[in-house]
Ligand binder design. Structure first.
Ligand code: GTP
Ligand code: MG
Length: 137
């Protein structure tokens, strides 16, 4: 088993989708290792999304992710990164299939409800950023 990091973005928390999203991951066979509601400050947002620094949507993305509380989660399961990404669906909800989280709840690429780590390296980096030295059991 491996771990991945997902984060319900502010619009997902505001719309009350945390419970449904957690349920989907649990039903698929993931175990919650750690989870918390938290505010992301600009420094954390800029580090988390550093790969997008300089892109035209970067400022908007940082404004969005810092606008209200997020729900940050470490999940553990078989093939965690790939399975969580497939459950989350395409970045642009217009391309996300029904049955995926974005395909069921999101309509715009700016407000696409949820983040999921895209590689084993991203998992390590993002868990360190959001949870520090993780002591989940
Ligand atoms: P995350 O899980 O949030 O990292 O999304 P992703 O891995 O599916 O996509 P990516 O890392 O490429 O982009 C990160 C985030 O930037 C996306 O979730 C979008 O919210 C935002 N984003 C990406 N492309 C665009 C774009 O063309 N326009 C706008 N406005 N936002 C974008
Ligand atoms: Mg990404």
């Amino acid at each position: 088993k491996t771990r991945t990091f997902v984060m319900v973005k502010p619009d997902g928390v505001q719309r009350g989708l945390v419970g449904d999203i957690v349920k989907r991951f649990e039903q698929r066979g993931f175990r919650l290792v750690e989870a918390k509601i938290m505010r992301v400050d600009r420094a954390l947002a800029e580090r988390h999304y550093s790969q997008h620094q300089g892109k035209p949507f970067f400022e908007e993305l940082v404004d969005y992710i810092t606008s209200d509380s997020v729900f940050a989660v470490i999940l553990e399961g078989v093939n965690a990164v790939a399975i969580a990404r497939s459950m989350i669906g395409a970045t642009n909800p217009a391309a996300a299939l029904s049955g995926t989280i974005r395909g069921d709840y999101a309509t715009s690429v700016e407000y696409n409800i949820i983040h999921g780590s895209d590689s084993a390296e991203s998992v390590e980096r993002e868990i360190a950023l959001f949870f520090g030295a993780s002591d989940g059991v």
